[in-house]
Design a protein around this ligand. Structure first.
Ligand SMILES: O=C(O)c1cc(=O)[nH]c(=O)n1[C@@H]1O[C@H](COP(=O)(O)O)[C@@H](O)[C@H]1O
Length: 234
């Protein structure tokens, strides 16, 4: 049975007051916020913790290193109490197992983040994959990495909207699918390659969509967020 699709607002900025302004839009409509590398590196962890106060945050640092380093990094993130956390599936099954163990060891049950494995970045297409020696389609690569990551202990996957229907068919209704690469109909795709609209992602079965620039660069971000939420309600 198809579940509701949530909206996560990506706060990609270096400016704390800008992030707070966008976070308030998310607060007003009950959405989650995503804090990524740009904000964390520019503003530091104290600022990330401040922004996270009283909010559910998706901390998107896309960890990808040897198992011991990733496990130790996750332990260091415990004070931020993120609701979601990303690692790269390409780090392999040992790294994902180590990440799983670290989450289970260092976070209390009530604070345990959803551990998400990023499969194939939404900015990549068949040609980009070939250039790094991957000669299967993005869909095949997402399925291969996704199955491996879930078996190794990830709670869910990050993939493009174009793979969601297929993953639902193969992996079932329960797996958490978090989906960036969202663009409004006829909008520019920027650096994203595998895109769909919010309504298409919902229809395909996304658990959450992640939206940054279509909202943050809109003439009126609040109006755009409301429009997207309406699309998600069908
Ligand atoms: O892990 C992610 O969130 C992510 C994975 C991916 O494959 N593609 C992707 O775009 N993202 C993130 O999703 C957001 C998309 O932003 P916009 O393209 O501005 O909507 C950015 O913060 C990206 O870092």
């Amino acid at each position: 049975m198809k579940k509701n699709t949530g909206l996560i607002l990506a706060l990609d900025t270096k400016d704390p007051s800008q992030a707070e302004e966008w976070a308030k839009i998310a607060d007003a409509t009950g959405q989650m916020i995503k804090i990524g590398m740009e904000y964390t590196y520019a503003c530091g962890f104290d600022e990330v913790c401040r922004l996270a106060q009283g909010r559910k945050i998706f901390l998107d640092l896309k960890l990808h290193d040897i198992p011991n380093t990733v496990a130790s990094a996750i332990a260091s993130l415990a004070p931020v109490k993120p609701a979601m956390l990303t690692i790269h599936a390409l780090g392999g099954q040992d790294m994902i197992r180590a990440a799983r163990r670290s989450v289970d060891e260092h976070f209390l049950n009530e604070n345990k983040p959803i551990l998400l494995a990023v499969t194939v970045l939404t900015s990549m297409n068949q040609e980009n994959l070939g250039a790094i020696g991957i000669f299967v389609t993005p869909l095949e690569q997402v399925l291969l990495l996704g199955k491996m990551a879930l078996a190794a202990g990830a709670d869910g996957l990050v993939c493009s909207p174009q793979e969601v229907a297929y993953l639902r068919e193969y992996l079932g209704d329960e797996v958490i699918l978090v989906v960036p690469g969202i663009r409004m109909a006829d909008a520019v795709a920027d650096d994203q390659q595998r895109v769909m609209t919010p309504a298409q992602a919902r229809e395909a079965g996304a658990s959450w969509i992640v939206v940054g620039r279509p909202i943050t660069r809109a003439a009126n971000p609040e109006v755009m967020a409301t429009q997207i939420l309406r699309e998600l309600q069908g």
